[in-house]
Design a protein around this ligand. Structure first.
Ligand code: GAL
Length: 827
């Protein structure tokens, strides 16, 4: 059987990001973030790209900006009459909230005056768009500079020849989102950052370095840095590149200097040695930085930084995956790109908060479904320690939705793959590339050839990482030689078929590229508690006992069993870490559902019970003990109300109002739940309390957890995820508001409307309660609590100081929390 051995890999990101508008790390190379002073309007406008066009009446916005997240929600926004084949549907029905029920369809225009500091003879200017949704057409001074259809990819245009020497320039961007172009909420507009890069005409281009670590042992790591250069007319010049590598403490650990030869084809190759390398892993995300200075004679022409990590990994037949020589399985989640109440508008603090929550969960890997991530996410994964499967497409030639990527595939697929790989091929977090998700071409004649073609493109651009794809049509994919082509066969929702697939495939290992798709709503418990497929209730919610799933999917325990018993399975990527906008299965046809039920955490980032089921398994550093449901059930007295406990202890005892209901121990029975959950199925509800006491393997009590029946809602408690923030106009705090009784118990059914007032050095940014049926605006400073809780997002201003956050609600004592912001970056 073939083996894949990816000896080592390393990292890098191209340019320094900064939150202010003027940044960059040297006079020779400036990176300006185009955040402020954008004008925006929705709808087609004639001559909007012309410099003389008057945009004074347009809205003034900051970028990143998602024009659709402001709503209003409506069942008619992108209503789709469709038969979803992946969901085994037999006839077309009308899907209302499939893309989030938000008004993202249509044309939008952005305009901005563009100053290019220091521009003149011998300078070049490039615009980099981290992502623009979608079909971007970019104009400078009324002339079209370029087009990029795929909304998720980063792209760049050299605008040097379009700029006026006088310095007065107009940048205009036209975007258009077609109806029926997506299976989830895509967002709309300039939802990721836009950079202006000013460099010398002799320079290192965007994504111009490629850093690998072809050899790693305990004594040293070999670091290979390939650096492209561009010169006027791309003619050869005898340039010199000086590179130094610093470790995480800033100490120089290696240096080299080389001269470009005429035969080098405008690319330097430098090999350096780092002695006694500190390896990158999710647990120890150690980064080094290579700084390269490009000289023509004695003149510094460009300076370029490539952060990187040193790590090796392997996929091996019969053994699965190992990192730095240690066997491990991906404890991964799939995530869509939206940030709940912020929509698609990227924000680093929002991403960091997600990663902090996922770290606590014990998650070590993310699949960026089903498209390229924001660069901020990749950088944070390098720094915080997450392994990434970077995915490209949800569609190739055969469409899933009427106006999806298939219309662009032939012309754009290669360009899109090349940009993706060039942008992230030096980042240590990126472990594998995915060329597609559940593409119907698995079943089409020639589908395997397409897979081969795309995989070859990726290998050509980055021979150091394997390629996978998420396959759902396991029979076809095997029969058609589609699965056998891939470096790593990835299967979606097929744990029962792993042994059969493995026996028919040459690789000898495979991956749970998408798993579980269990559905639940935070705080909602349905009775009787029973395993149920595609279960629907009149309130459009799903039970948080974690027993409900879809036609094609499962409860988590089924995947766990396969992962535990099959060494050649390299791990799993759960669908999904966070709930996302759109795809409200099993309520695809039932407005007002418009966001997903699949998340381990809800749309506002609050953990559902399932969080603790995964945490008990994945977080091996800290104890987990969690009991469900809540214990406030007026009217259920005397009725059977099962109690579940999620813990990493082998057994626990339940006490209801002080009386023991017996000890349960994890066990191997035909009901796979008994391996992971302690269940007392016959408990009769009486108000009071439930307490679980966890015991270790020796029978010693190690922890306990109590849930009490709540009294009447009494006050609001505000809990901030962080209280020290950067006064940079971008940083955010996430404030969880809890409606509690006088004793501090969560009132689990509270629905009070909570109003926020933010004063001082911050402002209200957005709000969410995790209810997939809520039509309240994410952007207004009030919302009803969903099962006693909601989350408000507060954003800092540019001025340092205190931020006072207050929440009021009718009949409730108000809540308050104070945050501090400082000019210095605090994290
Ligand atoms: C998969 C698909 C995902 C999502 C999921 C829901 O088939 O790849 O994008 O639709 O199902 O369970």
């Amino acid at each position: 059987m073939p083996r894949f051995h990816y000896p080592a890999f390393a990292a890098g990101f191209v340019l320094l990001f900064a939150s202010a508008s003027v940044t960059g790390f040297a006079q020779s190379h400036q990176d300006y973030l185009l955040t402020d002073n954008w004008k925006f309007t929705k709808g087609e406008v004639a001559n909007a790209a012309a410099p003389a066009f008057r945009d004074a009446k347009w809205q003034t916005v900051r970028v990143p900006h998602d024009w659709a997240i402001y709503g209003p929600f409506g069942a008619d926004n992108d209503k789709q009459q469709v038969k979803i084949e992946q969901n085994k549907e037999e006839q077309a029905t009308v899907k209302t909230g499939r893309t989030g029920g938000l008004p993202f369809v249509g044309v939008g225009w952005y305009r901005r005056q563009l100053e290019v500091p220091g521009f003149g003879a011998g300078k070049r200017a490039v615009l980099v768009f981290d992502g623009a949704m979608s079909d971007a057409r970019v104009f400078i001074n009324g002339k079209e500079v370029g087009r990029w259809p795929y909304g998720y990819n980063s792209f760049h245009f050299d605008i040097t020849d379009y700029l006026q020497a006088s310095g007065n320039n107009t940048l205009a961007v036209r975007l258009e989102n077609q109806p029926e172009s997506s299976r989830w909420y895509p967002g709309a507009g300039l939802y990721r950052n836009v950079h202006l890069i000013v460099s010398n005409d002799v320079h290192i281009p965007v994504w111009g370095t490629y850093l690998t670590t072809p050899e790693i042992n305990t004594e040293f790591a070999k670091v290979r840095l390939k650096t492209k250069v561009e010169t006027p007319g791309n003619t050869f010049q005898p340039l010199r590149l000086e590179t130094e590598i610093r470790d995480a403490a800033g100490q120089v650990v290696a240096t080299t200097s080389s001269t470009l030869a005429a035969t080098d084809q405008q690319e330097f190759e430098q090999n350096l040695i780092v002695k006694a390398p500190k390896l990158w892993s999710p647990e120890t995300p150690t980064l080094y930085t290579a700084t390269s200075k490009l000289y023509a004679g004695d003149v510094l022409k460009d300076e370029y930084k490539t952060p990187f990590g040193i790590r090796s990994f392997k996929f091996e037949a019969g053994k699965g995956f190992s990192l730095n020589g240690q066997s491990r399985k991906f404890k991964g989640v799939c995530n869509h790109h939206d940030l709940g109440p912020l929509g698609a508008a990227v924000n680093k603090a929002a991403l960091r908060r997600q990663l902090v929550l996922l770290k606590d969960l014990g998650c070590d890997a993310i699949r960026t479904t089903h498209n390229m991530p924001a660069p901020e996410l990749v950088k944070l994964c390098d720094e915080m320690g997450f392994m990434l499967m970077v995915e490209s497409f949800d569609e190739w030639k055969t469409p899933k939705v009427k106006n999806g990527y298939s219309q662009y595939f032939d012309e754009w697929a290669e360009k899109d793959l090349v940009n993706m790989v060039h942008q992230y091929r030096s980042n240590p977090s990126v472990i594998m590339w995915s060329i597609g998700n559940e593409v119907p071409d698995q079943s089409a004649p020639g589908g395997n050839k397409l897979a081969k073609r795309l995989q070859d493109i990726v290998h050509r651009e980055d021979p150091t990482r394997p390629v996978t794809a998420g396959m759902d049509r396991i029979g076809d994919a095997i029969k058609n030689n589609f699965a056998s082509v891939l470096d790593i066969p990835g299967f979606n929702y097929k744990p029962q078929l792993y042994p059969d697939a493995d026996s028919k495939l040459p690789q000898g290992f495979l991956l749970g590229s998408e798993t579980a798709s269990t559905v639940s709503s935070r705080g909602v418990y349905k009775f009787p508690v029973e395993l149920a497929k595609q279960k629907k209730y009149p309130d459009n919610q799903s039970s948080s006992y974690d027993v409900e799933y879809c036609v094609w999917s499962q409860i988590p325990d089924i995947e766990f069993a396969a992962q535990d018993t099959l060494p050649y399975v390299a791990g799993e990527f759960v669908w999904t870490g966070f709930d996302y906008l759109g795809e409200p299965t099993p309520y695809d046809e039932s407005w007002p559902s418009h966001s997903s039920y699949f998340g381990i955490l809800d749309l506002a980032g609050m953990p559902k019970d399932r969080y603790y089921l995964y945490r008990a398994r994945w977080n091996t550093q800290q104890p987990t003990l969690h009991v469900l449901p809540h214990w406030t059930w007026p009217g259920r007295e005397g009725q059977t109300t099962p109690v579940y406990c999620y813990t990493n202890s082998p057994s626990a005892e339940l006490f209801v109002n002080g009386k023991s209901m017996g000890r349960q121990t994890k066990s191997n029975t035909a009901d796979l739940r008994t391996r992971n959950r302690l269940m007392w199925n016959d408990v009769q509800y009486q108000p009071g309390s439930i307490k679980v006491v966890a015991y270790d393997a020796q029978g010693k009590a190690v922890a306990e957890e109590t849930v009490r029946t709540a009294g009447k809602p009494h006050h609001i408690r505000l809990v901030a995820d962080r209280t020290q923030l950067a006064a940079d106009g971008q940083d955010q705090a996430y404030i969880t508001a809890r409606v509690e009784d006088a004793q501090g118990n969560l009132c689990p059914d509270a629905t009070e409307q909570l109003r926020f007032k933010v004063s001082g050095a911050g402002s209200f940014r957005a709000i969410g309660n995790g209810d997939p049926t809520s039509l309240e605006s994410f952007q207004a400073p009030q919302m009803h609590a969903f099962h006693g809780q909601l989350v408000a997002i507060v954003q800092t201003t540019g001025k340092p100081g205190a931020v006072r956050v207050q929440a009021t609600g009718k009949g409730l004592k108000s809540g308050e929390v104070t945050l501090q912001t400082a000019a210095e970056k605090v994290r």
